[in-house]
Structure formats: C-alpha cells, structure tokens
Design a protein around this ligand. Structure first.
Ligand code: ZN
Length: 92
C-alpha cells in the first residue's frame, strides 16, 4: 500500500466534488472579521469551499453547510458575494 501524497484536497461542502474543475470558492473565518468570501483563496483562517455554482451556493445557504463547516454564522453578504462570482452558462 502506498500512501497518497500529502495534498490538501478541497471539496465542496455541499456536493463533495473535489478539486477545482468547476471552480471552488473559498469562505474564510477569521478572528477579526468573522466569515467572509475569500476572493484570493489565500487568507489566513479556517476555510471552507463551495462550487462556483448557484445550486451549490443556495444549498449551502439553506442547509447551513458553510456555517457548520466553519462553526460560525455565515452572513447573507457572504452568500451574495459568492453568487456574484457564478458565471452564467455560456452559449445559451
Ligand atoms: Zn458543489
């Protein structure tokens, strides 16, 4: 048995899809600011990821997936920021 390489795997808190195929958005919890959308993906703090897809973001909001993952309340402005990053389907 070979151990897998130590690579942090990012998965969507809703659908558990790993990687960034669809583009994962990061939400970070910091001591200073509470929860916030982390546009850089590099902010210090505990992070959680959700697909850049409206369906996953809406489910995360309804089911409080990000709140649970971060053990903090994720405000409406964070979800608004996430939704603003969702690209509409192309060519339709
Ligand atoms: Zn997802």
């Amino acid at each position: 048995m070979r151990r897998p390489p130590h690579v942090p795997i990012r998965t969507c808190v809703v659908c558990r899809t790993p990687g960034d195929k669809r583009g994962l958005l990061r939400v970070v919890r910091t001591a200073e600011m509470g929860t916030a959308f982390d546009a850089t993906g590099k902010a210090n703090g505990r992070g959680a990821y959700v697909c850049a897809a409206a369906a996953c973001i809406e489910l995360a909001r309804k089911q409080k997936r990000l709140d649970r993952s971060l053990k903090a309340t994720v405000g409406a402005e964070v979800f608004d920021a996430l939704l603003s990053r969702v690209s509409p389907p192309e060519g339709q």
